[in-house]
Write a protein that binds this ligand. Structure first.
Ligand code: PEP
Ligand code: MN
Length: 263
């Protein structure tokens, strides 16, 4: 179902009236984790100033270590809902268990399925059974074929509102947290009819690489770029080394807008 051979025209994912996949390039910005109303509001304010519409923030954090911050859970979803209403933004947040899919419908605009859950087939099926856009991230060690099959799981249940997100894969290279597989973008665009985003934060794990990698993503035809922004990254409860602060975010957006004008 996700194959372009089956459906030659692009699928447009409608997120609160934003037509993702329609040619315009989107930016999904926000903190790694929702920590407090004030923290998310500070980022929402900055996002709004740039005329952006999509805000991210994790309420359920699938952390590598069980001793790391696991997220605020439902409390985090409530904060996101309040922010979305007050700032007229669409929010994207990760759901980690099938049982929470229904609950999430009332709070968020896009269900994110994270890299670690790309082959959680029960979660994929549950996300396929609801009427809510899904942002599906590529697994840490998933081939493009496996990634496409994960999207197929969702679509086979009836939900065609899927955004694919390349977020880097694990290779032998240690200079970056993961290796951004930039060629996955045109391959996914060719093989499927779905919009494709690139997460420059989790793929690189390096603040100094966010801008060049975002430019590469835009130039190669990605429909959107995701990156993490925190009002004070030094005290962030997760991914502290790679989130941008508000000043860095402002500069990042200015650079990307001027890059888009030159494209
Ligand atoms: C995230 O986007 O919050 C996240 C945890 O990313 P990934 O699933 O790609 O590691
Ligand atoms: Mn993160």
């Amino acid at each position: 179902l996700v194959s372009r051979k089956k459906k030659p025209e692009d699928t447009i994912v409608d997120v609160k009236g934003e037509k993702i996949g329609d040619g315009k390039q989107y930016f999904v910005m926000g903190p790694c984790a929702v920590e407090s109303y004030e923290q998310v509001a500070a980022v929402a304010e900055a996002v709004k100033k740039h005329g952006l519409k999509l805000l991210r923030g994790g309420a359920y954090k699938p952390r590598t270590s069980p001793y790391d911050f696991q997220g605020l859970g439902l409390e985090g979803l409530k904060i996101l809902k309040r922010i979305a209403d007050e700032y007229d933004l669409a929010v994207i947040s990760e759901i980690v268990t099938p049982a929470d899919i229904e609950l999430a419908l009332d709070y968020i605009d896009v269900i994110q399925i994270g890299a670690r859950n790309m082959q959680n087939f029960e979660l994929l099926k549950a996300a396929g059974q609801v009427k809510k856009p899904v942002l599906l991230k590529r697994g840490l060690a998933a081939t493009i074929e496996e990634f496409i099959n994960a999207a197929e799981y969702i679509m086979s249940q009836g939900n065609d509102q899927i955004i694919l997100c390349e977020r880097g894969i694990r290779t032998y290279e240690r200079a970056t947290r993961n290796t951004l597989d930039i060629s996955a973008v045109p391959i996914l665009k060719k093989e499927t009819h779905l919009p494709v985003f690139v997460d420059v934060t989790h793929s690189t794990g390096r603040r100094d690489l966010l801008l060049p990698c975002a430019k590469a993503a835009l130039a190669i035809g990605a429909d959107g770029v995701m990156a993490e922004v925190h009002p004070d990254p030094a005290v962030a409860l997760s991914d502290s080394a790679q989130q941008m602060d508000i000043d860095q975010f402002n500069e990042f957006m200015e650079e990307l807008k001027s890059f888009q004008r030159q494209m």
